[in-house]
Design a protein around this ligand. Structure first.
Ligand code: XUL
Ligand code: CO
Length: 440
């Protein structure tokens, strides 16, 4: 198979002085940062859907770029996608990939035929993995594009639709295990509602949990030892998606006893759509022991939809990587680019510029996060700010020694506290962050 990107060489790390746009300025895969090589800290993954399938169509116009990969039929296209994806991963030094079943191979007229064709494409992926050592970060089933899922998959009012989705998930799990994936994602594309006038919300949520439990039981039975993930998103495509944000999803998983098998897949722009910061969403997951993996992209603050842009905002990547390092780094998870080139960035080399921009932004983020922790000023400030919980009444409250009456007695004796509480120093801390990022 001749190359698909023959004019593009393997992208090398050239350092920050380089002006070569086809080079990494900050991502140096083998360099050790915070105790691990950058490639092991960041665990970058290529997303099959945007990169190998997305042609730039939107609701106002057709695609602007060609992703047929020189194929003359669908089967050949699926195969060529694999070769093109592995060429991209090689040239960009990306070690992982992730996919929906239908990205790898499309829908055919029957489920049996779809499964059979999927197996053929997966065999080619497995062969390429054996040849190159590239790994599967996670797999998932596309339970949202086909019209049968118009009213949901796991939350469809119709049992036959649920059954179809479950069958697709079983097969996607088989395939993920075959490719050695350590993650399986549930993003509930149509798991939500438009109006309660036609919706039994309680039953829909119970059924979504049933579907997840079925997937866990089956996955464990075929030897899947990795993590299941839920990917929160508050809206789009449905008005109200059930998996609104990290906190909502954690409550849901705990209610249904799924929290031992599931962690979260946090997507940057989904956090924005939920009116949270990216860092907030990761912190909620981390504080609950449920941080798993990351879909890296960014939104546009002036737009209210999921733009899935390649991430370039270094404040966001730095604070994300700070959370990741504080969570102890990735285990089964990693950092996949759920990101797409802009519709007008349609030339094949734009895929390279996009990944380089995203990978460099996260490499910078990792370097800065490591510096924030080594510098210690921000962490020390937070530790001191909460020091009153270490002794006295604070420790008594934490240890459960003080009941409400004892606390009242303490407060009555203490008198007004307003004059004793210090400033929160937000602006000073923001300046310290800038000093760590840009100071000498
Ligand atoms: C959609 C989205 C999905 C999931 C996987 O907003 O993020 O691509 O990441 O289904
Ligand atoms: Co995503």
């Amino acid at each position: 198979m001749s190359e698909f990107f023959s004019s593009i060489p393997k992208i090398k790390y050239e350092g920050k002085a380089s002006k070569n746009p086809l080079s990494f300025k900050f991502y140096n895969p083998e360099e050790v940062i915070a105790g691990k090589t950058m490639k092991d800290q960041l665990k970058f993954a290529l997303s099959w859907w945007h990169t190998m399938c997305g042609e730039g169509a939107d609701m106002f116009g057709r695609g602007t770029t060609d992703k047929t990969w020189r194929a003359s039929n669908e089967e050949e296209r699926s195969a060529n996608k694999v070769y093109a994806a592995f060429e991209l991963m090689d040239k960009l030094s990306i070690d992982y990939f992730c996919f929906h079943d239908r990205d790898v191979s499309p829908d055919y007229p029957t489920l049996a035929e779809s499964n059979e064709k999927l197996d053929k494409a997966v065999d080619i992926i497995a062969q390429m993995q054996a040849k190159t050592g590239k790994k599967c970060l996670w797999g998932t089933a596309n339970n949202f594009s086909h019209p049968r899922y118009m009213s949901g998959a796991g939350t469809s009012p119709y049992a036959d639709v649920f059954a179809f989705a479950a069958a697709q998930i079983k097969k996607a799990l088989d395939v993920t295990v075959k490719l050695g994936g350590n993650g399986y994602v549930f993003w509930g594309g149509r798991e939500g509602y438009e109006t309660l006038l036609n919706t039994n919300m309680g039953l829909e949520l119970d059924n979504l949990a049933r579907l997840m439990r079925l997937a866990v039981n089956y996955g464990r039975s075929i030897g899947f030892k990795g993590d299941f993930y839920v990917e929160p998103k508050p809206k789009e495509p449905t008005k109200h998606q059930y998996d609104v944000d990290s906190a909502t999803v954690i409550g849901f998983l705990r209610k249904y006893g799924l929290d031992k098998d599931f962690k979260l897949n946090i997507e940057a722009n989904h956090a924005t759509l939920a009116m949270h910061t990216f860092q907030h969403e990761i912190r909620v997951a981390r504080d609950n022991g449920m941080f798993g993996t990351i879909d890296a992209n960014q939104g546009d603050m002036l737009l209210g939809w999921d733009t899935d842009q390649f991430p370039t905002n270094v404040y966001d990547t730095a604070l994300c990587m700070y959370e990741v390092l504080k969570a102890g780094g990735f285990t089964n998870g990693g950092l996949n680019f759920d990101s797409k080139t802009r519709r007008a960035s349609f030339e094949p080399e734009d895929i390279f510029y996009s990944y380089i921009a995203g990978m460099d932004a996260f490499a910078l983020g990792l370097r800065i996060a490591d510096r924030i922790i080594a510098d210690g000023r921000i962490d020390d400030f937070v530790t001191k700010r909460y020091s009153s919980w270490q002794s006295g009444i604070g420790a008594d409250i934490i240890n459960g020694k003080a009941d409400l009456a004892a606390i009242e007695k303490y407060a009555l004796e203490k008198g007004e506290v307003l004059g004793t509480i210090p400033s929160s120093r937000q602006e000073m801390l923001e300046d310290i962050l800038n000093d760590i990022m840009f100071g000498g």
